[in-house]
Design a binder for this molecule. Structure first.
Ligand SMILES: *Cc1c(COP(=O)(O)O)cnc(C)c1O
Length: 460
């Protein structure tokens, strides 16, 4: 039998009811939340595409692992299962468990960055850059220009621009660059992958200058899938094999286990150098927990160890995961909705500047579109634009990123294609009358990571 469609490689054993609200209820909910979807109650949400972080559905095998997690304070069996899983799948010898990704970013930044250092990266991630700057470093974006162009169809928009990196090395010197932070499947660029060839070349250039390569491997499995699809020489390899090769071009990685790893909480820092791991563990006991649990319970570590093996157990898992994102993206493209292309690995990103040309950039078009989509349909997304980018430390002005996006992130193994159909219809309906959406202004602006807790009101 020949097969033309993919299907989810699982069947559903447990369901969680969701509730549709009225438009009147959502108008009130949006106002009470200061037009910030992070401040809404999930009970007021119909289809929740706020994030794919910690929202995955675990398998029956993972849930079974929760029951037999070893809650010993020290030396938990579940910790050693996790060490083995990370070693087998990612290839790193040293494991430093943390409560989630930012815990690992904090420790890594503190052990490697000195005041006045530079940390290049392929576009920034919010918490990653926060910890680099908090440790006294300056973040420098070295992603290729195509990443900032929503219309570019470059297959590897997450690639590092090696000329930009070389220029930074020439300007400040390799000794001022402790490491480069290389993100797989770049979140803020729209879930866009980097190629193996680019990663390998980056690793070689950095090692000539004594610069370590630290992966943000949070979404490495999705990146591996795109390499298999798009890069010559990889179509016959398994995602598991491609994962191992990706990690081979690095000295360590920070991972938020709330994404690829199919659990609701957790993360880790993985390293090759035992001396560096020693320094990390010395900080770990102060900020996270003992070195055999970090910030996780035994059952969390057990479910995580199993999730790590499941995410690469067969390629069918990541095929269905990315396939569902592409399904939503293709429906929107067919209807003429401007979205970031190619469709990324974890969500669909609406180009708010193109959709709402009447809203000036300092009135937060993407934030306004996110709120309007919620009010009209109960679908919850999040802003990825000027609000997320924050202010310049020196001048105090907003950072104005070229990309002003609404992210509709798809949780793993949670929603069906029918939910994707309803979401596509909601976006298409909203675009029938974009002029009804008005700009927003702050009523409360937190000092750092402002997008999480900021409040807004419509501009009069
Ligand atoms: C989510 C995420 C992080 C931060 O991880 P948390 O678990 O939320 O602290 C870092 N980098 C990337 C690419 C992410 O997607």
């Amino acid at each position: 039998m020949s097969r033309h469609s993919w299907a989810e490689p699982y069947k559903i054993k447990v369901v969680e009811p969701i509730r549709m609200t009225t438009r009147e209820e959502r108008v009130v909910a949006a106002r009470e939340a200061g037009y910030n979807t992070f401040l809404m109650r999930s009970e007021d949400v119909y289809i929740d595409l706020l994030t794919d972080s910690g929202t995955s559905a675990m398998s029956d095998y993972q849930w079974a692992g929760m029951m037999i997690g070893d809650e010993a304070y020290a030396g938990s069996r579940s910790f050693y299962n996790l060490v083995e899983a990370v070693h087998d799948v990612y290839g790193y010898e040293e494991l430093v468990p943390t409560h989630q990704g930012r815990g690992a970013e904090h420790i890594l930044s503190q052990i490697l960055i000195k005041d006045g250092d530079y940390v290049p990266g392929n576009m920034y991630f919010t918490t990653t850059r926060f910890h680099q700057e908090h440790a006294g470093g300056t973040f420098v974006d070295v992603i290729i220009d195509e990443a900032h162009d929503p219309a570019s169809l470059h297959p590897f928009k997450g690639n590092i621009d090696l000329d930009k990196l070389q220029r930074l090395i020439d300007e400040v010197g390799g000794d001022k660059i402790p490491y480069i932070s290389v993100e797989t499947n770049v979140n803020m660029a729209g879930g866009q992958p980097m190629s193996m060839a680019n990663l390998k070349a980056t690793y070689e250039l950095c090692h000539q200058h004594g610069i370590l390569v630290m992966l943000d491997a949070t979404r490495a499995v999705e990146n591996a899938w795109f390499i298999k699809q798009r890069e010559a020489g990889y179509n016959d390899k398994t995602v598991a094999e491609i994962m191992r090769e990706i990690c081979s071009y690095s000295d360590g990685a920070t991972v938020s286990s709330k994404k690829d790893n199919l659990v609701n909480i957790g993360g880790f820092l993985a390293l090759r150098d035992p001396e560096l791991a020693k320094a990390a563990r010395a900080l770990l006991v102060a900020f996270e927990g003992l070195h055999t649990y970090g910030g996780m319970s035994g059952r969390d570590m057990e479910a995580l160890a199993r999730g790590i093996r499941e995410m690469v157990g067969t390629d069918d898992h990541v095929h269905a995961r990315v396939g569902q994102v592409e399904y939503l993206g293709d429906a929107l493209i067919k209807a003429g909705v401007p979205i970031i292309r190619p469709v990324g690995g974890h969500g669909v990103f609406l180009d708010a500047k193109t959709i709402l040309p009447h809203i000036p950039h300092d009135q937060f078009p993407a934030q306004a579109l996110t709120a309007a989509l919620y009010i009209e349909s109960g679908v919850r997304g999040m802003e990825r634009g000027v609000v997320s980018a924050g202010r310049d430390k020196g001048t105090g002005d907003h950072h104005y990123p070229k990309l002003e996006l609404v992210r509709l992130a798809i949780p793993r193994r949670v929603y069906t294609q029918a939910h994707m159909d309803v979401t596509a219809e909601a976006v298409i309906d909203l675009l029938q009358h974009p002029e009804s959406v008005t700009g927003l202004q702050f009523t409360y602006e937190p000092e750092s990571l402002r997008f999480f807790q900021a409040r807004f009101e419509p501009v009069a």
